[in-house]
Design a protein around this ligand. Structure first.
Ligand SMILES: NC(=O)c1ccc[n+]([C@@H]2O[C@H](COP(=O)([O-])OP(=O)(O)OC[C@H]3O[C@@H](n4cnc5c(N)ncnc54)[C@H](OP(=O)(O)O)[C@@H]3O)[C@@H](O)[C@H]2O)c1
Length: 221
């Protein structure tokens, strides 16, 4: 696995692109406005990075990250993602995304909506519960005493193993929270959602490292 495709290159997409390039991956960035609007980020990232359309990023990625406002999920390319591993960072915020009745009544989850849209892809929920600056700051080499673990959830065990390997190379351990439906356990409103936040004004403060046991405890509680 050498190329990471990014559908969405904002706070989380940009942070993941930096971590991935630092770990030796190639990245293909994309957004809604077009590749030319990503030239500053591509220059910053250097020769391992290029920009394309969402379809090009999907096609090029051995692993593809969907990191856009949830309301735009139906525009994610389907054909180019057939059979691929897709990490879904998205969260449902009705004030931003509008109302989704099936999420309001909790009959499904945001990651399951994306999975239904890309039926043959293997969707893994991840990175949704860490503030982008903390994601950048808390990455550590394997074995570091203060290495943090990130939660993943998905219905395909092979895809989860591949995502765990990706996490390891960019600086994180992982904790398997279960199926895509179990993604509820770390969506907005849960204890695990704020796992790395240190206080109510978390965005002004450094992230709190959370190891495997602490993340498991937050998930349980
Ligand atoms: N910010 C965080 O710390 C954080 C943490 C965890 C999870 N999340 C979740 O992760 C997702 C991304 O968050 P973010 O903060 O990175 O958002 P963001 O900074 O607003 O970036 C969103 C990115 O998605 C692109 N985009 C929008 N519509 C698109 C479409 N139809 N096709 C392709 N690209 C599209 C945007 O491109 P344009 O600018 O060209 O429109 C932009 O590059 C959200 O669901 C958010 O809730 C965010």
């Amino acid at each position: 696995m050498t190329t990471i495709g990014l559908i969405g290159s904002g706070y989380i997409g940009g942070t993941l692109a930096r971590l991935a390039v630092a770990a030796g991956y190639d990245v293909v960035l994309s957004n809604s406005r077009g590749p030319e609007t990503l030239s500053d980020l591509v220059s910053e990232l250097g020769p391992r990075a290029r920009a394309g359309t969402p379809a090009e990023a999907a096609q090029a990625g051995d692993l593809v990250v969907v990191t856009i406002p949830l309301k735009a999920y139906r525009s994610v390319p389907v054909e180019q993602l057939a059979g691929k591993i897709v990490i879904d960072t998205n969260n449902y915020y009705p004030e931003r995304d509008g109302q989704f009745p099936e999420l309001d009544d909790d009959s499904t989850t945001s990651s399951e909506l994306l999975q239904r849209h890309v039926p043959t892809a293997k969707v893994v929920k991840g990175f949704n519960n860490i503030f982008f600056r903390h994601l950048a700051e808390l990455a550590r080499p394997a074995g570091a005493a203060d290495r943090s673990a990130l939660l993943i959830a998905g219905d395909d065990s092979g895809a989860k193993a591949a995502v765990a390997e990706f996490l390891d190379t960019i600086g994180y351990d992982s904790v398997d929270a279960g199926s895509l439906a179990d993604g509820r356990r770390f969506q907005p409103g849960t204890a695990a959602y704020g796992a790395y936040a240190d206080g109510p004004n978390f965005w002004e403060l450094p992230g709190k490292p959370r190891g495997v046991d602490e993340v498991r405890a937050l998930l349980a509680g």
